[in-house]
Design a protein around this ligand. Structure first.
Ligand code: URA
Length: 188
Protein backbone atom coordinates (compact mmCIF):
# COMPACT_ATOMS: atom_id res chain seq x y z
CA UNK A 1 0.00 0.00 0.00
CA UNK A 2 1.23 3.54 -0.79
CA UNK A 3 1.74 5.70 2.23
CA UNK A 4 0.87 9.24 1.32
CA UNK A 5 -2.54 10.75 2.07
CA UNK A 6 -3.36 10.98 -1.63
CA UNK A 7 -2.29 7.39 -2.21
CA UNK A 8 -4.17 6.16 0.81
CA UNK A 9 -7.37 7.93 -0.22
CA UNK A 10 -7.05 6.57 -3.75
CA UNK A 11 -6.57 3.06 -2.34
CA UNK A 12 -9.61 3.39 -0.07
CA UNK A 13 -11.71 4.77 -2.93
CA UNK A 14 -10.77 1.84 -5.18
CA UNK A 15 -10.96 -0.80 -2.43
CA UNK A 16 -13.03 -3.96 -2.94
CA UNK A 17 -11.31 -6.06 -0.30
CA UNK A 18 -14.66 -7.05 1.27
CA UNK A 19 -18.31 -6.95 0.28
CA UNK A 20 -19.27 -3.82 2.22
CA UNK A 21 -18.60 -1.47 -0.69
CA UNK A 22 -21.37 -3.13 -2.72
CA UNK A 23 -24.24 -1.28 -1.08
CA UNK A 24 -22.83 2.12 -0.14
CA UNK A 25 -23.18 5.71 -1.31
CA UNK A 26 -19.73 6.91 -0.22
CA UNK A 27 -16.55 5.59 1.27
CA UNK A 28 -15.85 7.32 4.60
CA UNK A 29 -12.07 7.47 5.07
CA UNK A 30 -12.12 9.90 8.00
CA UNK A 31 -11.17 13.55 8.30
CA UNK A 32 -9.50 16.19 10.40
CA UNK A 33 -6.01 17.50 11.09
CA UNK A 34 -3.57 15.17 9.29
CA UNK A 35 -1.01 15.96 12.01
CA UNK A 36 -3.41 15.84 14.98
CA UNK A 37 -2.10 15.03 18.45
CA UNK A 38 -5.44 13.36 19.22
CA UNK A 39 -7.08 10.75 17.01
CA UNK A 40 -10.50 9.18 17.56
CA UNK A 41 -11.50 5.81 16.15
CA UNK A 42 -15.09 4.59 15.90
CA UNK A 43 -16.64 1.46 14.44
CA UNK A 44 -17.94 2.25 10.98
CA UNK A 45 -20.03 4.79 9.09
CA UNK A 46 -23.77 5.01 9.75
CA UNK A 47 -26.46 6.29 7.39
CA UNK A 48 -25.55 10.00 7.70
CA UNK A 49 -21.87 9.28 7.22
CA UNK A 50 -22.57 7.05 4.22
CA UNK A 51 -24.59 9.83 2.58
CA UNK A 52 -22.09 12.60 3.31
CA UNK A 53 -18.76 10.75 3.06
CA UNK A 54 -17.66 12.15 6.45
CA UNK A 55 -17.15 10.31 9.75
CA UNK A 56 -19.30 11.03 12.81
CA UNK A 57 -21.69 13.61 11.40
CA UNK A 58 -24.97 12.06 12.66
CA UNK A 59 -26.43 12.18 16.18
CA UNK A 60 -23.49 10.33 17.75
CA UNK A 61 -21.10 12.63 15.90
CA UNK A 62 -22.88 15.71 17.16
CA UNK A 63 -22.48 14.47 20.72
CA UNK A 64 -18.82 13.75 20.00
CA UNK A 65 -18.36 17.34 18.81
CA UNK A 66 -19.80 18.61 22.11
CA UNK A 67 -17.61 16.24 24.12
CA UNK A 68 -14.51 17.50 22.32
CA UNK A 69 -15.56 21.11 22.86
CA UNK A 70 -15.77 20.36 26.58
CA UNK A 71 -12.00 19.74 26.55
CA UNK A 72 -11.43 22.81 24.33
CA UNK A 73 -10.89 20.91 21.11
CA UNK A 74 -12.61 21.56 17.80
CA UNK A 75 -13.09 18.83 15.23
CA UNK A 76 -10.52 20.53 13.01
CA UNK A 77 -7.88 19.95 15.66
CA UNK A 78 -8.32 16.17 15.83
CA UNK A 79 -8.43 13.32 13.32
CA UNK A 80 -11.60 11.19 13.33
CA UNK A 81 -12.03 7.89 11.50
CA UNK A 82 -13.44 4.39 11.84
CA UNK A 83 -12.29 0.78 11.78
CA UNK A 84 -14.21 0.17 8.54
CA UNK A 85 -14.54 2.79 5.84
CA UNK A 86 -17.81 1.49 4.33
CA UNK A 87 -21.19 1.38 6.08
CA UNK A 88 -22.20 -2.12 7.19
CA UNK A 89 -25.82 -2.83 6.19
CA UNK A 90 -28.33 -1.89 8.93
CA UNK A 91 -25.38 -0.58 10.95
CA UNK A 92 -24.45 -4.10 12.02
CA UNK A 93 -21.08 -4.71 13.66
CA UNK A 94 -18.44 -5.38 10.97
CA UNK A 95 -17.46 -9.03 10.72
CA UNK A 96 -13.87 -9.94 11.65
CA UNK A 97 -13.18 -10.51 7.93
CA UNK A 98 -14.46 -7.04 7.03
CA UNK A 99 -12.54 -5.39 9.84
CA UNK A 100 -9.31 -7.26 9.01
CA UNK A 101 -9.65 -6.33 5.34
CA UNK A 102 -9.91 -2.64 6.26
CA UNK A 103 -7.27 -2.57 9.01
CA UNK A 104 -4.30 -1.75 6.73
CA UNK A 105 -6.00 1.60 6.03
CA UNK A 106 -6.43 2.37 9.72
CA UNK A 107 -2.82 1.39 10.41
CA UNK A 108 -1.68 3.64 7.58
CA UNK A 109 -3.74 6.50 9.01
CA UNK A 110 -2.19 6.09 12.46
CA UNK A 111 1.23 5.98 10.78
CA UNK A 112 0.58 9.18 8.83
CA UNK A 113 -1.03 11.19 11.64
CA UNK A 114 1.34 9.91 14.32
CA UNK A 115 -1.00 10.99 17.17
CA UNK A 116 0.14 11.14 20.78
CA UNK A 117 -3.21 9.90 22.09
CA UNK A 118 -5.99 7.81 20.51
CA UNK A 119 -9.52 7.60 21.90
CA UNK A 120 -11.10 4.25 21.08
CA UNK A 121 -14.86 4.70 20.81
CA UNK A 122 -16.54 1.42 21.71
CA UNK A 123 -15.86 -2.28 21.51
CA UNK A 124 -15.03 -2.59 17.80
CA UNK A 125 -12.34 0.09 17.91
CA UNK A 126 -10.89 -1.49 21.06
CA UNK A 127 -10.92 -5.01 19.65
CA UNK A 128 -9.06 -4.18 16.45
CA UNK A 129 -6.41 -1.97 18.02
CA UNK A 130 -5.75 -3.45 21.46
CA UNK A 131 -7.06 -7.00 20.93
CA UNK A 132 -9.67 -9.32 22.35
CA UNK A 133 -8.42 -9.15 25.93
CA UNK A 134 -9.35 -5.51 26.43
CA UNK A 135 -12.99 -4.73 27.25
CA UNK A 136 -14.58 -1.28 27.20
CA UNK A 137 -16.72 -1.79 30.29
CA UNK A 138 -13.85 -3.21 32.34
CA UNK A 139 -10.89 -1.31 30.94
CA UNK A 140 -12.23 2.11 29.96
CA UNK A 141 -10.63 5.02 31.71
CA UNK A 142 -7.05 3.79 31.64
CA UNK A 143 -4.35 4.23 29.06
CA UNK A 144 -2.72 1.45 27.08
CA UNK A 145 0.64 2.35 25.58
CA UNK A 146 1.48 0.74 22.25
CA UNK A 147 4.33 1.81 20.00
CA UNK A 148 4.71 5.14 21.77
CA UNK A 149 0.99 5.98 21.38
CA UNK A 150 -1.42 6.20 24.32
CA UNK A 151 -4.77 4.50 23.70
CA UNK A 152 -7.83 5.27 25.84
CA UNK A 153 -10.82 2.92 25.51
CA UNK A 154 -14.13 4.60 26.26
CA UNK A 155 -17.82 4.34 25.45
CA UNK A 156 -19.04 4.97 21.93
CA UNK A 157 -21.14 8.17 21.82
CA UNK A 158 -24.08 6.11 20.51
CA UNK A 159 -23.92 4.12 23.77
CA UNK A 160 -24.07 7.41 25.69
CA UNK A 161 -27.17 8.41 23.74
CA UNK A 162 -28.80 5.08 24.65
CA UNK A 163 -27.75 5.15 28.32
CA UNK A 164 -27.19 8.55 29.92
CA UNK A 165 -25.78 6.97 33.08
CA UNK A 166 -22.56 6.25 31.16
CA UNK A 167 -21.91 9.95 30.52
CA UNK A 168 -20.18 10.62 33.82
CA UNK A 169 -17.57 7.92 33.15
CA UNK A 170 -17.07 9.14 29.58
CA UNK A 171 -16.47 12.65 30.91
CA UNK A 172 -13.83 11.32 33.31
CA UNK A 173 -12.15 9.54 30.40
CA UNK A 174 -12.11 12.75 28.38
CA UNK A 175 -10.58 14.69 31.23
CA UNK A 176 -7.88 12.03 31.53
CA UNK A 177 -7.18 12.46 27.81
CA UNK A 178 -6.97 16.24 28.22
CA UNK A 179 -4.49 15.77 31.08
CA UNK A 180 -2.44 13.24 29.12
CA UNK A 181 -2.20 15.62 26.15
CA UNK A 182 -1.00 18.36 28.53
CA UNK A 183 1.54 16.02 30.10
CA UNK A 184 2.89 15.13 26.64
CA UNK A 185 2.80 18.72 25.37
CA UNK A 186 6.53 19.31 25.15
CA UNK A 187 7.17 16.12 23.17
CA UNK A 188 7.89 16.30 19.45
N1 URA B 1 -20.64 5.52 14.48
C1 URA B 1 -19.36 5.23 14.21
O1 URA B 1 -18.76 4.33 14.79
N2 URA B 1 -18.75 5.96 13.27
C2 URA B 1 -19.33 6.96 12.60
O2 URA B 1 -18.68 7.57 11.75
C3 URA B 1 -20.67 7.24 12.91
C4 URA B 1 -21.31 6.52 13.85
Amino acid sequence: MRISWDGLHADIEACQRCGLCAGIHHKVPGQGDPKARLMLIGEGPGADEDLSGFAFVGKAGQLLTKMLAAIDLSRDQVFICNVVKCRPPQNRVPTPEEAEACLPYLRAQVGLVRPKVVILLGATAVRYTLGENVRVTRDRGRFFEKGGVWFMPTYHPAALLRDESKKRAAWQDLKAVRDKLKELEGEA
